[in-house]
Design a binder for this molecule. Structure first.
Ligand code: NAD
Length: 357
């Protein structure tokens, strides 16, 4: 079987997860590494036994000409890395959520990726967790009756978490496209974070199949006492006319259905379990165009448009039609329009995590 060469750019937490999982998979060979932090770069090159390393991503990419260009930089770096992945001739670009910080950037990178005809995947890998898959299985079985609502809530702030909430709930909803979104936002403390966000955002989404989406992220989102880890206090689920099924990122799953009564099971988000199938399916898609990766770029873009429409609505007011017709800078809009009033929290732990008095 053919081996695909890989470079990994950005060797922080997620870059290391990617490099380790590519290295462990016999279908891939990691041939180049890059980080602007020399010590981090040297340590990773030694750990993964990769001789080609450079602080300059372009130098590594052009020297290696990899099949897979993987970058795991912070959300401020997307468009230039995607451009580099295209220029170095990669067959697949793998990168991290969120897809883009603004809709102007989203539309530009989508245009570049489509024009180049390159495959791309975005790391929404929680969906490989057994507890997430169980909820998807229950929803897809029809046991909830007519599906009317999907929902996602996370105490972590928007640019970290909303992309995950939307991606998995869209999956529960059969990836039906959305037609509009409307939201409110509060609190300016995390606007300067490296995952810049309002401290709290809550909103509604209308999906074309009639299903309602309800989302909230950040300091005003409710505690999930069943999940001990603060970043795992996410509850995502689906309700139908005959029951509901939901997953807690770090607290298992549960469901009540007309035919099955109450059911529940264990499960907690685990990178070591979730990354191998996510990476393997890149090889499957590279082998065969028909084996579309479940985390493919087009599917992630649908979620990204919803996420950006919610932000645009929070800044401008009113409903925002989807798909987005034009690009805008939602980050700048939120910075200009968010009220100065501090966010009101839903629990003491949120107050501490947001550094509020
Ligand atoms: N999918 C998930 O479950 C998940 C979990 C955590 C983080 N993330 C996402 O992963 C991304 C990275 O997060 P992280 O926690 O790994 O961040 P990190 O800060 O640990 O790592 C980022 C790395 O990129 C390097 N870097 C910055 N600019 C660079 C450049 N121009 N060239 C090369 N390297 C550069 C930094 O030096 C750093 O080592 C973010 O978008 C984040 O939202 C996803």
């Amino acid at each position: 079987m053919r081996k695909y060469t890989v470079v990994v750019i950005g060797l922080g937490k997620r870059g290391q997860h990617h490099a380790a999982t590519f290295k462990a998979n016999p279908r891939f060979e990691v041939v180049g590494l890059c980080d602007i932090d020399q010590a981090r770069l040297d340590a990773a090159a030694a750990k993964f036994g990769v001789p080609l390393k450079d602080k300059d991503a372009a130098a590594v990419a052009h020297a290696a000409k990899p099949d897979v260009f993987c970058f795991c930089t912070l959300p401020n770096l997307r468009a230039p890395m995607i451009q580099l992945g295209i220029e170095c001739g990669a067959k697949l670009i793998a990168f991290e959520k969120p897809v883009a910080l603004t809709s102007a950037e989203l539309l530009a990178v989508r245009q570049s990726i489509r024009a180049a005809g390159v495959k791309a995947v975005v790391s929404h890998q929680h969906r490989y967790g057994a507890h997430y898959r169980k909820v998807k299985e229950i929803v897809a079985s029809g046991a909830l009756g007519r599906l009317h609502t999907v929902y996602g809530s996370a105490t972590g702030w928007m640019t970290h978490m909303l992309s995950h909430l939307i991606d998995y709930t869209c999956w529960f909803n059969g990836c039906a496209p959305a037609t509009w979104a409307m939201a409110q936002a509060a609190g300016r403390a995390k606007l300067a974070d490296n995952h810049p966000s309002p401290d709290y955002l809550g909103g509604f989404v209308q999906f074309g199949n009639g299903v309602r989406g309800v989302y909230e992220c950040g300091a005003g989102a409710p505690d999930q006492p069943e999940a001990a880890k603060w970043w795992g206090k996410c509850r995502l689920g689906a309700q139908g006319a005959e029951g509901f099924a939901e997953v807690l990122t770090n607290g298992g799953w549960r469901a009540v259905t007309k035919s099955g009564g109450y059911q529940s099971g264990e499960g907690a988000m685990n990178y070591e379990m979730d990354m191998p199938p996510y990476i393997q399916q890149m090889a499957d898609w590279l082998d065969d165009d028909r084996q579309l990766h479940p985390c493919n770029f087009d599917s992630a873009c649908q979620g990204a448009e919803i996420m950006l429409a919610l932000q645009r609505s929070a800044a401008e007011g009113g409903q925002i039609a989807l798909p987005l017709a034009t690009g805008a800078d939602e980050q700048a809009m939120l910075k200009t329009r968010l009220p100065e009033r501090p966010v009101l929290v839903s629990c003491e732990q949120n107050r501490r995590e947001f550094g509020l008095q």
